[in-house]
Design a binder for this molecule. Structure first.
Ligand code: FPP
Length: 223
């Protein structure tokens, strides 16, 4: 969800305003993905690299957990299942306990839901996820004697049930991969739009899906 800062600065606003509106767009896009019947939607809310940003900005982004998890009632009514991926899963997160508690509450509340699978990557870095998975696979291999395989690594990712990504969307014209779902996006087509995330709307998502040619084969979109 790139371009929040540029969106705000272009309007003479504080970067944090871009993140605030970015959270609203995220909620909209979750609704739209749900309406379109997309099975999985994963969004990169806060990366392990984002900790190096100015404290004010970090604190602001982290505070947005209240906004997104404040929408749990609505998502629950819509049968959306919320998951979080990132360091919190491995117990190594630097996030304050109150945020981890809010996450756990939203995840537990929607655990039985069978609609859209919405995953928020929060304090997430793909390389750390792969280290976590490799450690898990090595430990399992020692116990069982079976060799370390692609399946064994996949089984020890933070959220093993996240399927391969069918479409990876990057906003604000970023033509590069980031430290996001590197295992799950192997082979995924990359769609780049010059639109900044706070302007990403239904039309933008439609354009991304049309680019893919048809929505029929899409189970999992990541932004
Ligand atoms: C990248 O844009 C965006 C982020 C680092 C934060 C993304 C957060 C949201 C969209 C809000 C929702 C998040 C949560 C946690 C609920 P940037 O700041 O790098 O913008 P720039 O590339 O224009 O500088």
């Amino acid at each position: 969800m790139d371009g929040n800062g540029r969106w705000a600065q272009g309007r003479g606003l504080a970067r944090t305003e871009g993140h605030r509106i970015g959270e609203e767009r995220l909620a909209d896009v979750v609704r739209i993905a749900d309406e379109l019947g997309i099975g999985w939607f994963t969004a990169y809310g806060f990366s392990t690299e984002n900790w190096t940003r100015p404290k004010l900005e970090v604190d602001f982004i982290l505070s947005l957990h209240k906004n997104i998890f404040g929408r749990t009632d609505e998502m629950h009514r819509n049968n959306v299942r919320i998951r979080c991926t990132g360091r919190p899963v491995s117990g190594t997160s630097r996030l304050p306990r109150r945020i981890l508690k809010e996450m756990d509450k939203a995840v537990a509340r929607t655990r039985e839901n069978t609609g859209l699978n919405f995953t928020l990557a929060f304090d997430y870095g793909s390389r750390e996820e792969l280290i976590h998975a490799a450690r898990g696979a090595v430990a399992a291999s020692r116990l069982s004697g079976s060799p370390i395989s692609v399946e064994a690594i996949g089984d020890h990712l933070y959220v093993p049930e996240i399927p391969p990504v069918d479409l990876l969307v990057r906003t604000s014209g970023e033509h590069r991969l980031s430290n996001f779902l590197l295992w799950q996006t192997a082979g995924a087509p990359l769609y780049v739009t010059s639109t900044n995330w706070p302007d990403f709307d239904r039309h933008e998502l439609d354009a991304a899906l049309t680019w893919w040619r048809s929505t029929a084969g899409i189970r999992h979109v990541a932004v």
